[in-house]
Design a protein around this ligand. Sequence first.
Ligand code: P1T
Length: 387
Amino acid sequence: MKFSTKAIHCGEEPNLKEGGCGDVVTPIHLASTFARTEIDKPTGGYEYARTGNPTRKALEKRLASLENAKYGLAFASGLAAETTLILALLRNGDHVIVFEDLYGGTRRLFDRTLTNFGLEFTYVDATRPEKVEGAIKSNTKLVWLETPTNPLLKLCDIKAISKIAKEHRLITAVDNTFASPYLQNPLNLGADIVVHSTTKYLGGHSDVVGGAILVSNDELYAKLKFNQNAIGAVPSPFDCFLVLRGTKTLALRMDRHNYNALRLAEYLNTHPQVEKVNYPGLKTHPQHELAKKQMTGFGGIISFYLKNNVDAKIFLSKLKIIALAESLGGVESLINQPASMTHASLTQKERDRIGITNNLLRLSVGIEDVEDLKADLEQAFQGDNYA
Ligand code: P1T
C-alpha cells in the first residue's frame, strides 16, 4: 500500500468476525484490565492496559507502517519515548553523540536528568558526518540525530552517518518529528530507530501530547517493549485515538504545510526587516541538495532572524492570526521565540554558540490560506518595530 492508503487503513480493520460489529474506526478501549478464562493465558490477548490496549495497538501498527518499521511503540509524550529509549538501551558509563542543534527539552533531558545516571553526551555539528566519526569513543553506544533540527532547520545525512555508526557497532536514533513519516523515513536510510513527538504533525491538531518509537530490529524491540511496560510512560486510550485520527489526514496536511511554508519562506527571504531565513526548501539553504535527496518535501517549519534593529517583542505582539505559542505541526500557524521559550533551558553561552539569539523566530506554518498568513506577517512588519 502507498502512504495515504496505509495512513487510513493499517492497524485499523473493521471487525467483521462473529461478535464484531464491523466498526470502521477503532473504539477507545477504556478498560484498565482484561478478564481471562484461564490463569496462565490472557484470553483476548490483553492483560493490563499499561502493558497493552487495543486502541494503542492500532496506533502502534499504524505508526510502524508509516515509517516502514516492523514494530511501533506509543508513549505519553515525545520525551517519554526518548527517556524510555535511553533507559532501555544504555547503561551507566555509556556515551552518546548528539547533533548539537535539537529540541531544547531533549537537551535538558540529556544534560540535566540523564547525566545524573552516569551517561555522557557529546554535542557535535552533525551537518558534517566526519564530526560524528571524530567524536566516537570506546564507550560510545548511540548516535542521536534530529533532522531537520529544531529550531535552525539544519539537516544531517542520515545515510552517511548511519553507515559510520554501523561500522563502529553503534545504534543510530533519528528524531523524525519535523519531517514526519510523510517526508522522510530514516529506517530506509539505514537508521536503527525512529522517534517522534506525535504531539506535532502526527496528531496534527494541537490537542494531544504523545510520542512514539519505531524499530525493525527484533532485539532492540524486545528491550524497548519490555521497558515501555516496565517504565510505564504510556499514552491514554483517548490520546491514542486522537493520534490515530490525526494520521489519516497527514498526507493532505503535509502537502499544504509544504506549499504554504515554501511561499512564506520566499516572502520572508526578501523582506527588508529579515536578516536570514532557514528553510530547507530555499535554494540558499546550505543543505538544499541533501534535503531534495533525503526528504520528499521540505516541511512546514521556517526559522528566521529579524534584522538586529527590529524588536522581536513588538513584531510578535502585532500578529493576529499566527499565535505566539510553543509547539508546532498543528493545522494552525504558531510562532515562537526559541531563546526565551522552547530553548530557554540551554545556557546563554550555548545558545549564542549555536545561533539561537533573541532575534531568531520559529514559525510553524499551518494549513490556513497562505495569503492570510502573509498578510498577517506583513501587517506586523508595518509601522515602527524598532527598539
Ligand atoms: O513535547 P513532547 O511530545 O514531549 O516532544 C518533545 C519533542 C521531541 N522532539 C522534537 C523535535 C520536538 O520538537 C519536541 C517538542 N517540541 C516542542 C514542544 C517545541 O515547541 O519545539
